[in-house]
Ligand binder design. Structure first.
Ligand SMILES: [Zn+2]
Length: 341
């Protein structure tokens, strides 16, 4: 008998729901990190190793998970907020079978730095991404409207532009390049929080919803308005879902993707294991509609840059042709694509 990491994540989330408040947080955290484990827990045990080798697992939790492994408890279907997720161990195994997809990818198109809620400098993220074999990245710090994430005022954006130019100067011999991008906050009206004039010098703009994400009413209107907003190029983490806490917004995706394809806007696959937004099922519908796809790890730490396999596994499952995926373009091709919008 054994359980997958996805089933373990679900059992941990169920334990959080039943636990005393001080234990709840530990279970929730462990549930989220189970999605990001690189190895299946059952392989760790089969190899005679301890589950405490997995990030976020202490002695107590290890005993609990081993207990579940032995009993394989019967549980009902997970709630919507935990439905339609894959895990990093599964994604990495899929990508192992298609190494050329990992080798050919040129860029990671969403990451944050200390200019907003990231933990690493521009230079630090650039160096780490270069070491992973990318030829360029997009730095996508938050805009001013997202105060909880330390969003940037236009002045801070100009400061960041200067720092990116310096980093690019220092890296000019390496062929590696940092694109100055932005994750602009989008209101439910579809409008961005930054004046179009302040977006002018940017290489790429993502637009993301970060508010009113808990409603289960149909939100097609806000997506159509956002997609038709000409001031950004990529719709970031489209549903705004979060494993175990938010199911994400609902819409008539056929209409939304058809409109995105018509105006040439890309939709994002956010590789964070707790987001997976779009997931394989919705990404396949976006591809079918003719949308461009952008993949971003949404990294706030260096180790999160490794989440790229989640996105590659998703485009493989969705049958996305590489010509429609921005990350497989060179930096110059991407800038030409942006200029065309
Ligand atoms: Zn975001």
């Amino acid at each position: 008998m054994s359980l997958t990491n996805l089933q373990i994540a679900d059992l941990l989330a169920r334990s959080a729901d039943q636990a005393e408040s001080y234990r709840q947080r530990a279970y929730r955290k462990a549930s989220r990190s189970a999605l990001a484990w690189v190895e299946e827990a059952r392989d760790v045990l089969d190899g005679g190793r301890s589950l405490t080798e997995l990030p976020g697992v202490g002695d107590k939790l290890a005993r609990r998970i081993e207990g579940w492994m032995n009993q394989a408890p019967e549980v009902g279907d997970p709630p919507e907020s935990r439905t339609g997720f894959s895990t990093r161990s599964v994604s990495s195994a899929i990508v192992e079978g298609h190494p050329e997809w990992r080798e050919a990818i040129n860029a990671d198109l969403q990451m944050h730095t200390t200019y907003s809620d990231g933990t690493v400098s521009i230079e630090g993220m650039a160096e780490a991404a270069r070491a992973l074999g990318y030829s360029y990245v997009a730095i996508t710090d938050h805009s001013q409207g997202l105060k909880v994430a330390g969003g940037m005022t236009p002045d801070e954006m100009r400061m960041q532009a200067r720092e990116i130019a310096e980093v690019n100067d220092a890296l000019s011999d390496s062929g590696f390049r940092v694109l100055h991008a932005l994750e602009m906050n989008i209101a439910p009206s579809g409008e961005g929080d930054t004046d179009p004039g302040d977006l002018e010098g940017l290489d790429l703009v993502l637009g993301s919803f970060h508010s009113s994400l808990q409603t289960d009413k149909d939100q097609t209107y806000r997506y159509l308005a956002a997609v038709r907003n000409p001031n950004f190029h990529v719709l970031g983490h489209p549903r705004g879902r979060m494993y175990g806490t938010r199911a994400g917004l609902h819409a008539n995706w056929k209409k939304v993707f058809a409109e995105a394809a018509k105006v040439g806007k890309a939709v994002e696959i956010d590789c964070n294991p707790n987001r997976q937004d779009l997931n394989a099922e919705l990404a396949a519908r976006a591809v079918e509609a003719g949308c461009y796809i952008s993949i971003g790890t949404d990294s706030h730490y260096i180790h999160e840059l490794d989440y790229m396999d989640m996105g590659i596994a998703t485009v493989l499952a969705a049958g996305a042709p590489r010509e429609r995926i921005l990350n497989y373009m060179s930096a110059d091709e991407l800038l030409a694509w942006v200029a065309d919008r």
